[in-house]
Design a protein around this ligand. Structure first.
Ligand code: 13P
Ligand code: SF4
Length: 300
């Protein structure tokens, strides 16, 4: 049955000139029918290089909007219309405009987990894989929005830089506690620990590796050890399937993102059959947001 749906999707993709992009947090069934998979940086740029006229994004809304901003000539669909990153809603454009008025010398750096309206009033975007390298190239005071945890991680890399943090966070990663890390370390004392920088600072201090989703996968692939996975549980599941002789325990049972999990093959099939949720952005907002994303690509 699963195979039948996947075969139908593959047939309709060709028939409708559609490419499917899936974030690495998606289920194996969705990843299998994707043309491209990866972290948010990879997904944000890859669509510009694809020949297909239509794109379906299996992920959350900001990812589909970013694809539309960079590829306005393509029709971009979000497979599950309600999939939205709660962190992206933790700041409003007018708050940034006010801040800039009061601090005209400040460079506003926005995590890519933001709405297009936020990107349009920021100076440069970053992803978790490019944040440290991009901020290293900025010589002015920085306002980093909206993730206080990724912001704290960046700040620790540059103790001499003037970096102000917004008070947003990923509710999923931010829920992990130091006690949980200590507990899982007791169970797997020889395992390495790989973590996403959206985790709180008091948790990150136990990490052997800190990086984006793609970096965590590469880190696990580069060693023969068991690896405690400090990000969404899907990455622990993915690694467990690929390397069945090793253990990849997830660091906390709370590391499940409902918005990333909501997409299924039925959403993809419905979209391919012409009943999808098309993402659109206002042209002036798109043009301004593109400047911040282009800057990210230039500096990253
Ligand atoms: P990545 O940049 O690692 O893909 O992370 C996206 C995300 O939403 C993490 O929670
Ligand atoms: Fe947003 Fe966190 Fe879910 Fe990533 S894991 S999409 S940052 S809520």
């Amino acid at each position: 049955m699963l195979k039948n749906i996947q075969d139908e999707i593959i047939r309709l993709k060709k028939e409708t000139d559609t490419a499917i992009l899936a974030h690495s947090y998606q289920s194996p069934a969705v990843l299998e029918i994707a043309d491209e998979t990866g972290d948010s940086f990879a997904l944000s740029t890859v669509a510009t290089k694809l020949p297909q006229k239509n794109i379906i994004v299996c992920g959350v809304r900001f990812m589909a909007e970013t694809v539309k901003v960079l590829s306005p000539e393509k029709r971009v669909f979000l497979a599950s219309p309600t999939a939205a990153c709660p962190m992206a809603m933790m700041i409003k454009p007018e708050e940034i405009v006010e801040y800039k008025k009061a601090h005209p010398d400040t460079v506003v750096v926005a995590y890519v987990n933001t709405t297009t309206a936020i990107k349009a009033v920021c100076d440069v975007c970053v992803t978790s894989s490019s944040a440290v390298s991009i901020v290293s190239k900025i010589d002015k005071p920085v306002l980093f929005v909206p993730d206080k945890n990724l912001g704290t991680f960046i700040k620790k890399n540059f103790p001499d830089k003037d970096i102000t943090l917004w008070n947003g966070c990923c509710p999923v990663h931010n829920s992990v506690t130091e006690e949980e890390v200590i507990e899982v370390k007791k169970l797997y004392p020889d395992a390495k620990i790989a973590m996403h920088p959206e985790l709180p600072d008091e948790v990150l201090k136990y990490a052997d590796y800190i990086g984006a989703t793609s970096g965590i996968i590469k880190f696990a692939e580069s060693c023969d050890d068991d690896v405690i996975v400090g990000t969404e549980k899907s990455i622990s599941d993915y690694l467990s399937i690929r390397y069945p002789d090793r253990a990849f325990p997830v660091m906390s049972k709370k590391l499940i993102c409902p918005d990333m999990r909501i997409t299924n093959l039925g959403d993809v099939l419905r979209t391919l059959k012409g009943n999808g949720f098309e993402v659109d952005v206002l042209e002036d907002v798109r043009v301004n947001a593109k400047k911040a994303i282009d800057k990210m690509i230039e500096l990253g």
